[in-house]
Every structure is written in C-alpha cells, then in structure tokens.
Write a protein that binds this ligand. Structure first.
Ligand SMILES: CC(C)(COP(=O)(O)OP(=O)(O)OC[C@H]1O[C@@H](n2cnc3c(N)ncnc32)[C@H](O)[C@@H]1OP(=O)(O)O)[C@@H](O)C(=O)NCCC(=O)NCCS
Length: 205
C-alpha cells in the first residue's frame, strides 16, 4: 500500500470513488486520470493525465479504476495486474461488512451497503450505495450491484453481470455471467443464459 492514490475516471462514478477514498483517510494524495481533456479537476482533486499515462504512476501510486462499465473496468484492471500495480479495495466507512467476508482487489463498497457473513465478493466489483448482499453469496469478478439492490442468502452472481438499481434476487439463485437485470427486476429462478432480463419476475428481452 502506497501513500498516494490515482483514480482512473473522473466522471460520476469516479467522483464517488474519490469520495470513499477521502473518507477512508488513508492516502496523503489523491489524483485522477481522465481521457476527457476538458476535465481538469473533480471533487477538488487534479486530473493529471490520460489513461494511457498510467504506467508512469504505478511505482508511486495505488491505482483504482473509477469506471462503471464492467467490461472496460475488467480490461483496464487486467492491464494493471499485468503491470504489477497495487490495486486497493475501497470500503466506505458507513458500509457494514460481516464476519468471514472476502472482498477482492479493485472492488468498491459504497455508502450504506451491507455485506453479510460468509459472502465472497470478487475483484473489480461495485457494491453500490445502500445495496444489501446477504450471507453465503458468491459475487464473481467485475459484477456491478447497483444502488438499493437486495440479494438474499446463498446467491451466486456470475462474472461481469450487472444488477440494475433496486433489483432483488431471491435466495439460492444462480445468475450466470454477462447478465443485465433491469431496474426494479425481481429474480426468483436461476438464469442460465447471458442476456438482459426485466420485470417482476424477470423475463429475457
Ligand atoms: C434493462 C435496461 C438495461 C434495458 O435497456 P435497453 O437495452 O436500452 O432497453 P430499452 O430501454 O430499449 O427497453 C426495451 C424494452 O424493455 C422495457 N424495459 C427496459 N427496462 C426495463 C425495466 N427495468 N423494467 C421493465 N421493463 C423494462 C422497455 O420498456 C422496453 O419495452 P417495449 O419494447 O415494450 O417498449 C435498462 O432499462 C435498465 O433497467 N437499466 C438499469 C439502469 C440502472 O440500474 N442504473 C443504475 C446505475 S448505478
């Protein structure tokens, strides 16, 4: 762990990431990279370059990807891992994390989220504002659990899936990789096929 943090992405999601990092009070310096040349500062922090510049900072900075898109986040995080970057885990001080919970590198747990005991959250995930993940869940790498999602016990969510805002997953459900669950959707049966699912209960569209 280094005393400086560089966040890739200074838009809405990146700003929330910076806010968590500031509240964690672990880094003396926090800066951004962003590919939009017009963005010079965000959250009162400087933007010091573009994504392609990241290699220059790997020796001195922890690096965190503040990009909401699961596929882009995965691609960049794989590049960072190959370059031996230090990738922290960010957990907002107001999040509640149960016993025997494992949370991977590059994952952000946002304000008011609850992760109950014996759950495993992979690398590069987003557990967004006020989401609840109950006991014995397995959330694979690069999953985004949107604000206000509720996941019951013993659920598995496959790699790169995105659970939309306010969606709910009943207990003992498996959702395969690369699924999108629409805003407000309710999942009550296993989902075996990647795709977009909406409604109550969800149906594939
Ligand atoms: C599911 C979703 C990704 C679909 O987006 P899309 O592929 O652009 O789909 P469209 O908007 O063209 O909608 C296709 C159909 O599904 C319906 N639909 C879309 N989202 C729906 C939802 N959440 N619940 C119910 N129906 C939905 C639309 O009404 C439309 O129906 P129609 O064909 O009868 O008119 C999107 O609507 C959604 O729910 N996104 C989640 C956003 C979110 O959680 N943001 C938080 C980020 S932190």
């Amino acid at each position: 762990m280094k005393d400086k943090l560089l966040i890739i992405g200074a838009s809405g999601h990146g700003k929330v990431i910076a806010d968590i990092a500031l509240q964690m009070n672990r880094w003396n310096t926090i800066l951004f990279l962003d590919d939009n040349e017009r963005v010079k500062r965000a959250m009162g922090l400087d933007v010091i370059g573009k994504t392609k510049d990241v290699d220059k900072f790997i020796a001195d900075y922890d690096i965190f990807i503040g990009i909401g898109n699961n596929q882009i986040r995965e691609k960049l995080q794989n590049q960072l891992k190959a370059s031996q970057a230090t990738i922290p885990t960010l957990i907002h001080p107001s999040a509640v994390i149960g016993s025997k919970v494992a949370i991977g590198q590059g994952t952000a747990v946002m304000a008011g989220a609850v992760i109950n005991c014996c759950s495993k959250i992979g690398d590069g995930c987003i557990v967004n504002t006020g989401a609840t993940i109950d006991h014995d869940n397995c959330i694979e790498d690069y999953v985004h659990i949107s604000p206000g999602v509720n996941i019951a016990g013993s659920v598995k969510v496959g790699r790169s899936s995105w659970l939309g805002i306010g969606s709910k997953v009943s207990n003992n459900i498996d959702i395969t990789s690369n699924c999108i669950i629409g805003a407000g959707g309710v999942v009550v049966q296993d989902i075996y096929e990647s795709g977009t699912y909406v409604g109550v209960p969800v149906k594939k569209i």
